[in-house]
Design a protein around this ligand. Structure first.
Ligand code: ATP
Length: 709
């Protein structure tokens, strides 16, 4: 049952449309957010809206902490969530605010083509589509074009006519329902149907509503609101709305207090004041709540499952209600880069660890449900079962004898030559089609290299140590030649570590691997979903003398090419991602490493994502004015000579401790596009800062100089 609940689609089919939040209320908040840049301010605005929904307020000031009556009634409402109309509204708001229609692993994405949108705007506003197209080309924002086209039409139509009546105003539920229908429909026949659906929304839209409908359907709200802020706002809203601390009291204690106070209230004032005294300061509680909610979300990767739990259990107990289940992928655990065996030994001083080959393939989280259904998920939680149809079969075969009921296994799928019994480079694996019929018909053969087990026979193993998880993996999944193997590993031994590990690293690289993954075995050895943990270290041979790792950056804009590069972009501006401010911060200009073919392909693909001006989400110095700006849509792997402090670039700008100087990359070189990463998965500013400080020159006492641009 719980599994079904977690896999269900967002609850938009509510009967409570009458009491649902008007779409205009959400759009007003979007507009406010678009006009501010401070993360906290943005978060507060969304928190207020979420609280209004929780409080069934629908207006006013969103209530206050001392508004005891409201809080109490909400807590009871939240706990009896059946038939609660506010409940489905919050689900809806979460999806609309994060501009998604389903959990990531459902592979359902919004992203309607401009042609369809232009047609719908034209029909809804009575304007010829080529006029809309021209305006779009001139202004660059189809949302604004839609808003202005509608505005104009209303004046004309309304002129001299009675304005009473008219179509019913849009609610958030209405909008998400249509977004979902559109995202789910396929086939070319669907075009006219889509135009009609979008038109049906636009004719009912007022003011800025059409702007956000169109931007939402394009897949980019462009207001600088990302998942982390949505989750933080949700945590704050719930914490501030449910009575604080009453969870400390048992039901018996509450019953006694109710009797003493002579009230039926779920949380009588005496109970509340008793708890207030025992509680840490509000800020501390709010911060803790955000951590708990983010951790829970990382395990279930679904707003529905998160909210189900959040509305029915105290935040402090969220973990028990929001745990990993087969069928729902969790954010994979990630590793920190290191530059030498000595550094590894220093970081893991005294802890027992294992070194595994780091395979150069694609991450695969393999889930088997108790009904035998088996799915594969990628690093960014997309369902890749159709790309690797043989992977479920290989893993099922490996645990056939041991009668496993259900599981979640972490592994790398690697291209493999069965005749030579050798791994094949990643470039070959990346030629696999999105959908392959079978192993036999696919050009590239693969093998599963398993390295972790997160769930087995009804139980989550996340809190167990790696040593325990690995034992269970080896007991329950048996190797099959050419199909399923464990990651080759050696465990930490007391003597001669450096030499043994260096030899093992050499062997890994000779065997077509990228290097080693080094992981703690017993202490600090739990599986940490979505975390880049110090308990997993990566050691890559090519970068031992350089930065320790390549970086993954997002192209924000480009400069027109000259000479041999006329007609394509000659250079690009790249950025890292700052998780705290949810901004993309420029770290380098890049013009090296591209083949002629790369230059053509990148220009063509990014030309579909141009925007009229620099986004408010981009932290870029004015001196780096690009000829063309793009939406953040791609991630590129880049190698560089080193990192330096920069007066031009903004990498980790708030974290360098130097006024106005960020961190930039010197001599960057393009390697490849990372199709498995979303822009928010790019190298973070924290990682850039770590890499800067880990450089030999800085460790030796240098100050990193200044950059050269
Ligand atoms: P990250 O995933 O850390 O953001 P990235 O995507 O650039 O970085 P790498 O730095 O190459 O990837 O290393 C991490 C990846 O290595 C994992 O996501 C996984 O796909 C792969 N990998 C290969 N072998 C192992 C192993 N033995 N244990 C864990 N991961 C492994």
């Amino acid at each position: 049952d719980k599994q079904k609940q977690q896999q269900k689609q967002p609850s938009t089919s509510t009967t409570a449309t009458a009491t649902t939040t008007p779409y205009s209320a959400l759009c007003d908040v979007f507009t406010e957010i678009e006009n501010v840049s401070g993360r906290l301010e943005i978060q507060e605005k969304l928190t207020t809206l979420f609280r209004k929904v929780l409080l069934k307020d629908g207006g006013g000031d969103g209530g206050g902490l001392d508004d005891e009556k409201k809080a109490t009634s909400t807590a009871s409402a939240a706990s009896s969530k059946a038939d609660n109309p506010t409940q489905s509204d919050l689900y809806t708001l979460l999806y609309l605010a994060s501009n998604t229609v389903a959990p990531q692993h459902a592979n359902v994405e919004l992203g309607v083509g401009d042609g369809i949108l232009i047609k719908a705007i034209g029909e809804a506003s009575g304007t010829a589509p080529n006029m809309i197209k021209k305006k779009y080309e001139k202004e660059g924002d189809l949302g604004n074009v839609a808003m202005n086209a509608k505005g104009k039409q209303r004046t004309l139509v309304g002129f001299g006519k009675a304005t009473s009546g008219g179509p019913k105003r849009l609610s958030c539920v209405d909008v998400l329902k249509v977004f979902k229908e559109i995202a789910n429909v396929t086939g070319s026949q669907s075009q006219k149907w889509k135009v009609d659906k979008i038109k049906s929304l636009l004719v009912r839209a007022k003011g800025c509503e059409s702007k956000y409908i169109i931007r939402g359907l394009q897949g980019k709200l462009r207001i600088g609101l990302a998942k982390n802020t949505v989750l933080a706002s949700l945590s704050h809203a719930v914490m501030l709305t449910k009575p604080r601390g009453v969870v400390d009291l048992t039901e018996e204690e509450l019953a006694r207090i109710r009797k003493l106070d002579g009230t039926d209230e779920a949380y009588p004032p005496t109970a509340r004041s008793l708890c207030e005294k025992r509680l840490p300061p509000l800020d501390v509680q709010l911060e803790a709540a955000v951590d708990i909610v983010k951790k829970a979300y990382n395990e279930v990767s679904s707003y529905d499952a998160l909210l189900d739990a959040l509305l029915s259990a105290p935040i402090q107990e969220l973990h028990q209600h929001c745990a990993l289940l087969p069928g729902v992928p969790v954010g994979p655990m990630l590793a920190k880069p290191t530059k030498s065996v000595q550094e590894v030994l220093k970081r893991l001083d005294g802890l027992r660890f294992t070194c595994e080959y780091k395979y150069d393939g694609e991450r695969a989280q393999v889930h088997m449900l108790s009904n035998g259904e088996t799915k594969v998920f990628s690093r960014s939680l997309l369902n890749t079962s159709e790309k690797f149809p043989e992977v479920p079969l290989y893993v099922q075969e490996s645990c056939k004898e041991t009668k496993v009921v259900d599981f979640v296994l972490d592994a790398e799928v690697v291209a493999f030559n069965r005749e030579t019994k050798q791994f094949v480079p990643f470039q070959v694996l990346s030629t696999r089609k999105r959908t392959e019929e079978s192993a036999e018909s696919a050009k590239v053969q693969v093998i599963v290299q398993a390295f972790d087990l997160m769930y087995l026979n009804g139980k989550s193993l996340l809190d167990k140590t790696l040593a325990e998880r690995r034992d269970l993996m080896k007991k329950n999944f048996l190797p099959i030649e050419g199909k399923f193997q464990y990651a080759t590993s050696i465990d930490h031994t007391e003597d001669g570590d450096t030499a043994v590990i260096e030899e093992f690293l050499d062997a890994a690289v000779k065997g077509q691997c990228e290097g080693l993954m080094v992981k703690t075995l017993d202490v600090n050895a739990a599986y940490e979903p979505s975390r880049r943990s110090l308990n997993w270290l990566k050691l890559k041979k090519d970068y031992l003398e350089g930065l320790g790792d390549s970086v993954d950056l997002v192209p924000l804009g480009a400069y027109h090419g000259k000479g041999k590069r006329t007609g394509v972009y000659g250079a690009y501006l790249l950025a890292c991602y700052d998780e705290d401010t949810e901004q993309f911060q420029s770290v380098c200009k890049i013009g090296t490493g591209f083949s002629d073919e790369d230059l053509k392909e990148l220009t063509a693909s990014l030309n579909n994502h141009t925007i009229p001006e620099k986004s408010s989400q981009y932290n870029v110095s004015d001196t780096l004015a690009c000829d063309v700006w793009f939406d953040a849509v791609q991630v590129w792997e880049v190698k560089a000579a080193d990192l330096s402090k920069s007066s031009t670039h903004k990498g980790a700008i708030d974290k360098t401790g130097e006024n106005g100087r960020g961190i930039g990359l010197r001599f960057p070189r393009f390697e490849r596009i990372r199709t498995d990463k979303k822009p928010e998965d790019a190298t973070s500013s924290d990682q850039i800062l770590d890499m800067y400080y880990a450089q030999d020159s800085i460790v030796a006492g240098g100050d990193g100089g200044d950059d050269m641009d």
